[in-house]
Design a binder for this molecule. Structure first.
Ligand SMILES: Nc1nc2c(ncn2[C@@H]2O[C@H](COP(=O)(O)OP(=O)(O)OP(=O)(O)O)[C@@H](O)[C@H]2O)c(=O)[nH]1
Ligand SMILES: [Mg+2]
Length: 223
């Protein structure tokens, strides 16, 4: 007897990519630039969103989709309090967002009133990397408290990211974090990646990130 092998994961990923392409087309039609923020739990995704909102609103109209494994919607509430149109997605325990979840959240937002959409993925250093959501850029946040060996141990998200934000640099004096070793590991995986070193606590380095993002939003408005 022979065994039939069905590649379920491949089919699921293909279906996800199809929906992601539809999400991107919808965002393009509305002139909204979208980023997918990915990181380990606690690296500072919501803190970066708060800093970004502080710097860009009201000139840039910002929406936020926040994915969490439970109904706890405090991150979306933090975004709303800082001025974003915020939608919370409860993934029901799933360790990453998928394109169909973002499609549903897009329907809860009036895209014609937005310039920028920030998707905060579930805090996880592995799973989110494999799933296109239909955003225009994947932004990874790493924090120095995670250790300088992380690019070597968790390469998938570094490979998937277009931009890397190294957060919590205010804590560098208190840690044994070898920045050269860390950046060498990053560049081995993704030589051309753009890196911003920031502190969401003190605001150091945030302006370079904001300039980059403002430029992306402006380019999208013009296309
Ligand atoms: N010292 C320092 N602490 C920071 C910085 N950025 C964030 N934090 C702290 O790190 C903790 C986690 O920040 P969050 O923004 O909630 O992290 P997150 O990635 O959104 O976390 P999850 O959504 O739970 O995955 C909070 O206590 C923040 O105050 C920073 O630049 N420096
Ligand atoms: Mg958060």
């Amino acid at each position: 007897m022979s065994v039939k092998v069905i590649s379920v994961l491949e089919n699921i990923l293909q279906a996800n990519d199809q929906i992601a392409a539809e999400n991107r087309a919808r965002l393009d039609a509305a002139g909204v630039y979208a980023i997918n923020l990915m990181s380990a739990p606690g690296a500072g995704k919501t803190a970066l969103i708060e800093q970004t909102l502080r710097a860009l609103t009201p000139q840039v109209r910002i929406g936020m989709i926040n994915g969490d494994t439970t109904a706890a919607s405090m991150d979306a509430e933090r975004g709303a309090q800082a001025g974003a149109m915020a939608v919370h997605i409860n993934t029901g325990g799933n360790c990453h967002l998928e394109a169909h979840m973002v499609r549903q959240a897009l329907s809860a937002l009036d895209l014609s009133t937005l310039d920028l959409l920030i998707v905060e993925n579930v805090g996880n250093l592995v799973c989110p990397a494999g799933w296109d959501l239909g955003t225009h850029a994947r932004v990874m946040i790493a924090s120095v408290t995670e250790g300088d060996d992380k690019p070597y141990k968790y390469p998938s998200m570094y490979r998937a990211a277009d931009v890397l934000i190294l957060n919590k640099i205010d804590l560098l004096p208190y840690l044994q974090f070898n920045l050269d070793y860390y950046l060498r590991g990053v560049r081995l995986l993704k030589p051309e990646i753009q890196v911003f070193q920031v502190s969401c606590r003190t605001g150091e380095g945030i302006s370079a990130w904001i300039d980059w993002l403002r430029e992306c939003v402006s380019s999208k408005r013009l296309t």
